[in-house]
Structures are given as structure tokens and as C-alpha cells.
Design a protein around this ligand. Structure first.
Ligand SMILES: Nc1ncnc2c1ncn2[C@@H]1O[C@H](COP(=O)(O)OP(=O)(O)OP(=O)(O)O)[C@@H](O)[C@H]1O
Length: 316
């Protein structure tokens, strides 16, 4: 088990991470989400042992990890960390790059490299020099490289950011299935909703260096504690209760996803359409409600400035 205990850290006197604590088991997939600059990469670097922490500690199977001040080469042996800039050697081949993480004494080395290239869908590139690959291809080789010596813990920073949607879904399914089959704990810092919602066992949400929410994807999505949390999953409407229910003057607000607001001829709640955005299966409608922007889904495009009535989650 990985235990992160009350970790705080600042590059300068300004704190970047404040009292972060969580636990994760072998085979888990944990997604870390949060706005840019909130401290996701910093947390991965601390866990891996690249940054020294004055306060708090990281444990693996109850053994405290000593951090960079105690090792000549920072980074724990049983972990692999994939930074956003890939860390590949451009002038040698794909085979040689991945091979760097596998012992030369391993008689099965070439087969292992081929197996990993299959996982990341890059079998045709064994002999290609890395400098001749596209950004997305380099990223896939970098993933294969960190998997090469079967780490117990894998730390990935935005692992699919350069990969097109067409390939990303297939690749993600392959990789997360592979990690589960090998019981590898994987912690991913991501901006991608699908990385977190569809695959993670647990999502950690960081805001300005503080762990503000932590739960399963289902619970976080259906019961987000704040607009900040919900906004990672979808457009989110924060609406005053008093605006949709005339019987209350409460200053409380509710959070609603666009699919919780529907057009209804019988409703009293009038909105004015600002824009319709085609989303494939539906249109996302931007509209003004009591002077505030709201978003809802509709099957058809609506005219700009058109007045329509909407029904909110059976509350009106
Ligand atoms: N080497 C460094 N020296 C000083 N400050 C740094 C350093 N690296 C990161 N920071 C600062 O620490 C904060 C957290 O950065 P970090 O890279 O952890 O954020 P992040 O959540 O991973 O962001 P992103 O999603 O954009 O990758 C930011 O304010 C950043 O400017």
C-alpha cells in the first residue's frame, strides 16, 4: 500500500501543496485532477522521490521513502514516473529506448519489447529512431518504456495528452487492462475527463495545493461538493434555489449538469437563447436565465434570442 501522509511542499516560501494525505492499494488506478498549477505534477514528483519534503512522509508497504537527499540518483526503483516531456533519447531506436529499462541479461528482452509495443499499438516501429516519430507516437513509446521493467507503482503525468481521440480510447482500454492484470498501482495526473471518470477507481481533486475532494468517479460525479469539482466533468450550472422556486428566499444554490435542464412547455422558467453548440448527439444550448448564463442540452439547434421555457430536474 502507498501512504501519503500530511505532505506539504513549496519550491520557495510559498506553499504549493498543503497537508495532502491519501492511501492507495496495489492494482488501484487513482486519477488526480485539478486546475493547471494546482500541484498535480509536484505531488507525483514527491511520491517518486524527486523533491525533498520538509513536512509529511510517503510510505510504501509501511516503509518510509527517504527522498532525494538520501540517494545519488533520485527516484525509487520499484516506481516509474513518466513526466510530461516523455524523457526519451531521440537518436536511438524505439527498441533501444525501451530496452534501457530491461536488463541485458534478460533472455526474453526482445519479446518483452514486442509485447509492450503491442500494448501501445506501435509494433511497426521497433527499429525506428525516436526523433522520426510524431508527438503522439513518442508518448506511446514513453508509456511502453515506463512499463518495461514491471514497476509496482506507475506515476503518469498527462499520459495521453498528445494522442488523438481515435486512438486514445483504444489505447487507454489496453493500458489500464494491462496494469490491472499486472496489479500495478497507477497514479495519473490528468485534465482529461475520460481518463478519470471511465477508468479510475478513485479520483483526487486538488485546488491550490489542497486535497478538496476524494471519492469514486460515480460518487464525485453525481454528488460534487462544489462547482470546482463538477466543472472537471462537464459544464455546470450553479443556480439560486430562490430563482427556480418562488416559495423560498434561500440564498442556497444547486449544481446542475446541462442534461438536468430540459425544455418544457408547461414551465414558468423562461430563458433566452444565446448560442447553440453542436455536440454530435445533441446541442449544448447557452442561454440567459435571470441575467446569468446557463447551459442545457437539447435535441435541436435553437434560434439566437429565442425565448423558451425550461424545467429543472423536476423542481419546477
Ligand atoms: N521547479 C519549480 N520551481 C518553482 N516553482 C515551480 C516549479 N515547478 C512548478 N512550480 C510551481 O508550482 C505550482 C504547481 O505546479 P505543478 O506543475 O505541480 O502544477 P500542475 O497542477 O501539475 O499543473 P499543470 O496541470 O499545468 O501541469 C505552480 O504554481 C508552478 O508554477
Amino acid at each position: 500500500m502507498l501512504k501519503v501522509n500530511n505532505v506539504s511542499f513549496g519550491y520557495t516560501s510559498k506553499q504549493v501543496l498543503n497537508n495532502i494525505s491519501f492511501k492507495a492499494n496495489k492494482g488501484d488506478y487513482i486519477a488526480i485532477i485539478g486546475e493547471s498549477g494546482c500541484g498535480k505534477s509536484t505531488l507525483l514528483e514527491i511520491i517518486y522521490g524527486l523533491l525533498h519534503i520538509e513536512k509529511g512522509a510517503v510510505y510504501w508497504n509501511d516503509v518510509k521513502l527517504l527522498g532525494p537527499n538520501f540517494y545519488l540518483i533520485p527516484g525509487e526503483d520499484f516506481m516509474k514516473y513518466l513526466p510530461q516531456d516523455f524523457d526519451l533519447m531521440p537518436y536511438i531506436t524505439v527498441e533501444e529506448n525501451i530496452g534501457k529499462n530491461i536488463s541485458s541479461l534478460d533472455p526474453n528482452k526482445l519479446n518483452r519489447i514486442k509485447e509492450l509495443l503491442e500494448v501501445v499499438d506501435m509494433s511497426d516501429f521497433l527499429k525506428t529512431k525516436v526523433k522520426n516519430l510524431s508527438g503522439g507516437q513518442k508518448q506511446r513509446i514513453a508509456i511502453a518504456k515506463v512499463l518495461a521493467d514491471e514497476p509496482e507503482v506507475l506515476l503518469l503525468d498527462e499520459p495521453f495528452s498528445h494522442i488523438d481521440n481515435f486512438r486514445k480510447n483504444h489505447l487507454r482500454r489496453n493500458i489500464f487492462k494491462y496494469l490491472k492484470s499486472k496489479n500495478i498501482l497507477c497514479i495519473v495526473a490528468t485534465h482529461d475527463t475520460t481518463d478519470a471518470l471511465s477508468f479510475a477507481d478513485e479520483i483526487l481533486v486538488i485546488r491550490e495545493g489542497v486535497l478538496v475532494a476524494r471519492n469514486t468517479p460515480e460518487t464525485l460525479y453525481s454528488n460534487p461538493k462544489s462547482k470546482y469539482v463538477a466543472s472537471f466533468f462537464n459544464e455546470i450550472n450553479e443556480i439560486l434555489l430562490s430563482a427556480i422556486n418562488p416559495d423560498t428566499d434561500s440564498a442556497e444554490t444547486i449544481l446542475l449538469y446541462p442534461n438536468e435542464i430540459k425544455i418544457s412547455k408547461t414551465s414558468e422558467l423562461k430563458v433566452k437563447v444565446v448560442q447553440s453548440y453542436f455536440k454530435g448527439d445533441f446541442y449544448l444550448i447557452e442561454a440567459l436565465f435571470n441575467g446569468n448564463v446557463i447551459y442545457f442540452e437539447h435535441s435541436n439547434k435553437l434560434e439566437i434570442n429565442q425565448q423558451v421555457a425550461v424545467k429543472i430536474n423536476n423542481k419546477s
